[in-house]
Design a protein around this ligand. Structure first.
Ligand code: ADP
Ligand code: MG
Length: 333
């Protein structure tokens, strides 16, 4: 199968195109042509996923496709941008049609959920990796930034942190026993062989959900925001640096994913430093706190106040042993 047949069959599939009126020209020309809605700013972000570094090459191709798109979309959610289009640059060591069909189905399942259209890309031969560039739009001036947190603001996180880190450990455990990793259907199956906690953890790791549901809840109420991709301490650290402030955390209030087979210490360490959760961390001024909590309650999303922004720099209130998240150039994975 040639490059163009491959593109046509697996990436130009209607499931990945969506019917968006703002896509004037999609796959097939030298460029895609997009009509940007009036009064909006384009939000653009790209993330690369390399086999063995960002994802387990043994993972189901359906999960690899889903995840590659999800981690990029999460950056749009983190700035309050509505997702719209994406491009995919993929390197494949070989043409494995069964793998490609599952990969593109996983990407399509997530893209359909948010109506994001695949409008172009590039296909090359090489070590398995993919870069997904996403574009979304946000009302002029309304995007949440990392800078903007002020002393006295309350720090919040969504979801239970450390869930994906637990999922990665469970996945590695399965692989070490020579067992396959489950795809979404297997994780959702009524007769699944996995416990409830294993399922939740594996789902969080293999099928992350970008938190677009938080955009309307947080809307203009937040003073800064970020998505948690490298662990709470690392990503909150980016907000603090950008805003020129520090934080005092209430360790007991940080929502941890507790797994029956893990010690409380390792759950807590996962919540502070585990990556891949793609939850949001954000700050809110005390004046808007009540409004935010009412809005969260109405939308049935759970948010957790975990501390306060301080004028004094650095993060206080967490065990000294807690380590910061992963850094590609500092750490060896
Ligand atoms: P060019 O050589 O002009 O860059 P290509 O031959 O690389 O174009 O690609 C042909 C068309 O297919 C282009 O519209 C491109 O955007 C699209 N395309 C290539 N690879 C992918 C992919 N993996 N996913 C989606 N579209 C792709
Ligand atoms: Mg090209």
């Amino acid at each position: 199968m040639g490059e163009f047949e491959l593109i046509h069959r697996y990436f130009a599939a209607p499931e990945l195109q969506q019917s968006r009126r703002d896509v004037c020209v999609g796959i097939g020309d030298d460029c895609a042509l997009i009509a940007v809605p009036q009064g909006k700013q384009l939000a653009v972000s790209v993330d690369t996923s390399v086999a063995g570094v960002h994802f387990l090459p043994e993972a189901p191709a359906h999960s690899i496709g889903w995840r590659a798109l999800a981690v990029s979309l999460s950056d749009l959610a983190a700035m309050g941008a509505q997702p719209a289009w994406f491009t995919l640059a993929i390197s494949l060591p070989e043409v494995d049609e069964a793998w490609l069909a599952e990969f593109s189905r996983g990407m399509a399942d997530l893209s359909q959920r948010y109506g994001v259209a695949l409008v172009g890309g590039d296909t090359t031969r090489g070590q398995l990796s993919m870069s997904v560039q996403v574009q979304g739009y946000v009302t002029q001036g309304a995007a949440w930034r990392r800078k903007g947190a002020k002393p006295g603001d309350i720090i919040y996180v969504s979801g239970k942190l450390g869930t994906a880190a637990a999922g990665l450990r469970i996945a590695q455990g399965l692989l070490s026993k020579g067992l396959p990793l489950p795809d979404l259907d297997a994780l959702n199956a009524e007769d699944s062989v996995f416990s409830e906690s294993d399922r939740a953890a594996l789902k969080a790791y293999l099928y992350p959900e970008p938190r677009f549901d938080l955009i309307s809840v947080l809307s203009s109420r937040v003073s800064s925001a970020i998505d948690i991709s490298d662990g709470l301490l690392a990503d909150l650290g980016h907000i603090l640096t950008a805003s020129g402030v520090g934080a005092s955390l209430d360790h007991n209030r940080i929502p941890c994913f507790n797994h029956a087979d893990m010690s409380p210490e390792s759950c807590s360490q996962g919540a502070l430093s585990g990556g891949d959760d793609y939850e949001l961390c954000f700050t809110v001024s005390p004046q808007r706190r009540l409004e935010l909590e009412v809005s969260a309650e109405q939308s049935k999303v759970s948010l957790h106040a975990i501390g306060m922004v301080t004028a004094q720099e650095g993060i206080r209130g967490i065990p000294e042993s807690a380590s910061v998240g992963f850094d590609h150039f500092k750490d060896k994975r």
